[in-house]
Design a protein around this ligand. Structure first.
Ligand code: PLP
Length: 391
């Protein structure tokens, strides 16, 4: 065996010994409420296609039209041959939808987060990061460190601890740059960042705020504009808002909504923008169509955002939560093996709800992560609740 194979075998054995090996479920259908998963039909309660837009007729038609016009691939990075009219239009759509002067579209939310943190980094920057931020923010902080930036981690959803750290920082580093970064909607347990308090702390200390609203885009706020709309903070939005197209918008990509100056800097210097082939025009067209669906249905009771909010209220209430804010509903179990057994029992009963365990969540905090879609029927929601009660 080459050293590569020896290394891989040893690493995998250690991984298995810790009970960490995972096998992906294989889908032979779209992310609809009833999906074909590993060869069987199951009711899907774990997709991020929260609004059902992945198969929306306008979204699919827009993608098909762009696919026929531009072909499958973009043929280059954004600064070479990979910018089409669709790339420009989707950035305009994000800026308009989110209420920012400009937006830069990356091929994933992961790219967007790492790009912002790395591009802004320098020896005079300190990043203040929530301890449960997404892996893409953690990796962004690691990249920022290579460029000389420091990272300080504040306790999860704890603005008072953040203020303490900012106090210490201000005392020791007059004039140095500081950036606070938080997930908007925490993707594993479905809770929200305390955005009003974070905004207040950032204003008081004169530091910049970046929010990753990956799961909030399309799901939070009366018209799906995300966490800023949810808290009514349109007059004091975060300096940088990352929105993904890969969850509620039903396609792929991550947009950084911000000022024109910051957007221009990212377009020149963000490495995933400059050195990676851009996402396809078909994807951009799908994302723009998804945004247009939300804009068109903003005040309609039949629109997907209101349908999602109704379904969240139904399921959360049946599971004993009052006023649950998001379509990610955790069912805490604790023990890893027990969580795996619960997921297997639900699969037997015809539902697909994954167990989430270490290293995605801390050890001993395993859970079932249920996600709701606008397209679930009341019958499907009631059947899941019954299956959970029987478990
Ligand atoms: C909070 C959060 N941020 C960023 C991302 C990355 O987004 P994408 O899947 O578009 O790369 C995810 C996706 O898993 C996420 O949950």
């Amino acid at each position: 065996m080459s050293w590569l194979d020896t290394h891989a075998t040893t690493a995998l054995e250690a991984w298995r010994d810790q009970g960490l090996e995972r096998t992906p479920a294989v889908f032979a259908s779209a992310q609809d409420p009833v999906a074909t998963i590993d060869g069987a039909e199951r009711v899907l309660f774990s997709s991020s296609n929260y609004l059902g837009l992945s198969t929306d007729q306008h979204v699919v038609a827009a993608a098909r039209g762009a696919l026929e016009r531009y072909g499958a691939g973009s043929g280059g990075s954004r600064l070479t041959t990979g910018t089409t009219a669709e790339h420009r239009l989707v950035e305009e759509a994000f800026a308009r939808f989110l209420g920012y002067p400009d937006a830069v579209f990356f091929s994933s939310g992961f790219h967007a987060n790492t790009a912002v943190l790395h591009t802004l980094a320098g020896p005079d920057l300190t990043i203040f990061s929530d301890e449960r931020n997404h892996a893409s923010i953690i990796d962004g902080c690691r990249l920022a460190k290579q460029a000389g930036a420091a990272t300080k981690v504040y306790r999860h959803r704890d603005p008072a601890h953040l203020a303490e750290l900012l106090d210490q920082h201000a005392a020791a580093n007059t004039g140095a740059r500081a950036l606070v970064v938080s997930d908007g909607l925490f993707s594993m347990d479905g809770t929200l960042a305390p955005l009003p308090e974070l905004t207040e702390v950032c204003r008081a200390y004169g530091v910049a705020l970046m929010v990753d609203d990956a799961h909030g885009t399309g799901t939070l706020g009366a018209t799906g504009r995300g966490i800023v709309e949810h808290f009514g903070l349109q007059d004091t939005p975060p300096d940088i808002l990352v929105a993904t197209a890969s969850k509620a918008l039903g396609a792929e990509g991550g947009a950084v909504a911000t000022t024109r100056h910051v957007a221009d800097m990212l377009r020149q210097q963000a490495r995933p923008y400059v050195y990676s082939t851009s996402t396809s025009a078909a994807n951009c067209a799908a994302v723009r169509a998804a945004i247009e669906v939300l804009e068109r249905t903003a005040h309609s009771d039949d629109g997907p955002v209101r349908a999602l909010h109704r379904n969240v209220a139904r399921l959360a209430c049946a599971l004993g939560y009052t006023e649950w804010p998001s379509p990610i509903i955790p069912i805490w179990i604790g023990d890893e093996a027990e969580a795996m057994a619960a997921a297997a029992a639900l699969r037997e009963a015809g539902f697909f709800v994954p167990a989430i365990r270490y290293p995605t969540v801390p050890r001993g905090k395993a859970m079932l992560r249920v996600t709701v879609m606008a397209t679930h029927t009341i019958g499907q929601i009631e059947a899941l609740v019954e299956a959970l009660e029987r478990r």
